[in-house]
Design a protein around this ligand. Structure first.
Ligand code: GLA
Ligand code: ZN
Length: 686
């Protein structure tokens, strides 16, 4: 495997830095110098500036003031650091919101927002786009040639949608472009149902919370439009920067966030970056898996290219949790090593320094209100910085996987649509299924990629296709072609039930021609909900028998009619008793597997373990690991870096198969090694 080009060719180092708001400290500029002293102490080399700084840079319409950032660009550079500069569009100043009401979003409840909070602009508003263009151009003109500048960070965590008339009009135009004529749309959305037929595109409204919620084709297209419009807004941001700067651009994403299709957004970015806030208090192993799957997703967005962790928490994260548990020293370091092991070329934080007021003042920061370096969180950041300085060789290295998960938020959108399947609402089942099968590989230390439907399938020996509920004819052909040419495909329940506009396939499912490939037909979709409609636990009344063990059902269970496929597992009870639940079907030179039920328990582990053995997948090195240790490898241009991570709170051992060099201590290592709680090794070939 070749190394990828470093994201920043003139600065091919692991980045260590984070969100820095010197604009919050204009009244105490001595803090800026203190920040420089502390940046060096922490082995920092990067600061992300400008996020939410619009009112500092343009305090009044057309009046620009760059003094803070002029000073800090120079200071950071003089102190050996570099800057990723953010465009300020994530929050707008009061004057802008007051003078131009259209820049404020109309919410899904059709309320026009007052000036408040952030991340709530209208992405369509020509005025907002124009104001963003002006300020972005000014920033690019001013800093595009500055030696401190590494790249651009667009806005902040683009998310959400606006339901204003301008957005509605744009949606109508988008639909017109997509469908051409209204009858085609009516057919695609099945609008004769409940008398929803449209006579013209002008009649269509976005599916707000208080509006239309019963046409899944509409809901799906709206979500697609929101991604498209966000991307369109983002492209205008990029265009403005490009006038004066060729530096690489990114925006900070949120992994499995379901509101946007990052595979589409990612195409416009020079590199992918993500915000990761693992909650180690949920349990080390469980947290490590959630983190790992997120990181593999990030690496997949740009076909394996390393990414940047734009934000992570030094100490506590105050978002989305009932209580904030501090991280132990070991957890903080393990977190950093883990992010690198899955493909990050940075550890960056939100935030560098805690502000004194407003709503994120207690959020973890490298520099606490206390302000000095003899603080536990700061000292952990020092250790991370020291570690990263030794890992420059890893920059640009990839991860080799023979297995990939094919994932799309479109499935999540379609599956969570109203009345998708009577009595079964999949708010999380798609992710839960993906995670359950991912974990099965993970626990055996088999690396997996997470790729999109548009990616090249042919480089993988095996594809896992979690519940591909909507699937186009074209995608059906792509999958058949993959298997016919020797690929192994494992698909789970409810595959190809409907096409891309959520019109169910006629003549038997899996549709899109896949029934033939799987050698079966799904006759009915039954479900064994874990709880009833009132949330009361339901008794388990059916299970799947596989390899001499029984696995209780807690979700969808399809009744399957085989058409040549061989059953590998059977249902034990009810109308499905004795019928097949998992099928294997050779097709062309490959094999297609179909798992007809949802199970987030032990079945995925048992089944995947057999697949691993049958098809000979192996961990990235013959290092013998105790259970609970994660083994990963990054490689490129003949260099190999091995990450051996103890993701448990117990002491574990590993046995090295040969002599390695320890990247962090420089010493040679061989034989048995002990890893304490959350301990890890980063090794390279001697
Ligand atoms: C997000 C945002 C940051 C900050 C953090 C807090 O990731 O991008 O601005 O609010 O959350 O965890
Ligand atoms: Zn709008």
């Amino acid at each position: 495997m070749k190394k990828y080009n470093p994201t920043f060719p003139n600065f091919p180092h692991m980045l260590h830095g984070g969100d820095y708001n010197p604009d919050q400290w204009v009244k105490t500029p001595e803090i800026w110098d203190e920040d420089m002293r502390l940046m060096k102490l922490v082995h920092g080399n990067e600061m992300t500036m400008g996020i939410f700084a619009w009112s500092e840079i343009e305090p009044e319409e057309g009046v620009f003031n760059f003094s803070v950032f002029d000073t800090m660009m120079d200071k950071i550079y003089e102190n050996g650091g570099r800057v990723i500069f953010a465009t300020p569009s994530g929050a707008r100043p009061k004057w802008l919101a007051d003078k131009y009401p259209e820049v404020r979003r109309v919410t899904e409840n059709l309320q026009h927002e007052p000036f408040r909070t952030r991340h709530n602009h209208c992405a369509t508003s020509p005025i907002y786009r124009e104001k963003v263009r002006i300020i972005n151009e000014k920033l690019a003109e001013r800093y595009g040639k500055h030696p401190a500048l590494l790249g651009w960070h667009l806005s902040n965590e683009y998310n959400g949608a606006c339901y204003c008339e301008k957005c509605a009009d744009k949606f109508r135009a988008w639909l017109k472009e997509k469908y051409g004529d209204i009858e085609t749309l009516n057919t695609a959305w099945w609008t004769r149902f409940w008398s929803h037929h449209f006579n013209s595109f002008d009649e269509i409204e976005p599916p707000s919370k208080v509006g239309e919620q019963s046409v899944q084709g509409l809901s799906l297209d709206w979500k697609r439009f929101v991604t498209w419009n966000t991307t369109d807004f983002m492209k205008e941001e990029i265009k403005a920067l490009r006038k004066y700067s060729d530096h690489p651009v990114t925006t900070n994403c949120m992994g499995f966030f379901s509101g946007l299709d990052y595979h589409k957004i990612g195409k416009e970015l020079d590199f992918f970056s993500n915000d990761n806030y693992p909650n180690w208090a949920e349990g080390v192993k469980s947290c490590a898996i959630d983190l790992a799957i997120n990181l593999d997703f990030c690496r997949g967005v740009k076909q394996g290219q390393p990414f940047i962790i734009m934000e992570s928490a030094p100490g506590i994260n105050i978002g989305g949790m009932n209580f904030c548990k501090v991280k132990t020293n070991e957890q903080q370091l393990l977190e950093a090593a883990k992010m690198i092991s899955h493909g990050s070329d940075s550890i960056m934080y939100f935030q560098w320094r805690k502000g004194r007021g407003a709503c994120e003042k207690f959020h973890g920061a490298v520099v606490d209100h206390y302000g000095k370096e003899d603080n536990r969180v700061f000292q952990n950041a020092v250790k991370v910085g020291e570690m990263l300085e030794k890992l420059d060789g890893v920059v640009g290295c990839g991860v080799e996987s023979r297995v990939a998960f094919v994932y799309s938020n479109e499935q999540r959108w379609a599956l969570s649509g109203e009345n998708c399947v009577a009595g079964w609402e999949d708010k999380n089942g798609y992710y839960a299924t993906t995670r359950a099968y991912y974990r099965a590989f993970y626990d055996k230390n088999i690396p997996t990629d997470i790729i999109s439907y548009e990616d090249d399938f042919s480089k993988y020996d095996m594809l896992i296709l979690p519940t591909a509920y909507i699937l186009s004819e074209e995608m059906g052909k792509k999958l058949k072609d993959y298997v016919a040419k020797g690929g192994i495909l494992v698909a789970t329940y409810m595959t190809a039930v409907a096409n891309e506009t959520d019109l169910c396939y006629l003549g038997g499912t899996p549709g899109a021609g896949l029934s033939e490939m799987f050698g079966l037909r799904v006759d009915e979709i039954d479900s064994y909900a874990p709880v009833d409609g009132f949330g009361r636990p339901m008794p388990v009344t059916n299970s799947v028998s596989y390899g001499g063990k029984e696995y209780p059902l807690n979700g969808i269970a399809e009744c399957i009619v085989p058409k040549g496929a061989k059953a590998l597992a059977t249902y034990t009870s009810n109308i499905q008793a004795g019928t097949g639940a998992v099928y294997e079907n050779p097709y062309g030179e490959g094999v297609a597997y179909y798992i007809g039920f949802y199970q987030d328990g032990e079945f995925p582990a048992a089944f995947i373990s057999d697949m691993i053995e049958k098809y000979g997948f192996e961990p990235p090195a013959p290092i013998i690991c105790d259970e609970g240790i994660c083994l990963r490898k990054r490689e490129g241009d003949g260099e190999n870096y091995y990450f051996v991570l103890n993701e448990t709170e117990e002491t574990k051992t590993v046995t090295l198969d040969k002599t390695y060099k320890n990247m962090l201590t420089g010493e040679e290592m061989s034989g048995m090694q002990t890893l304490g709680t959350c301990g890890f090794l980063i090794l390279t070939d001697k």
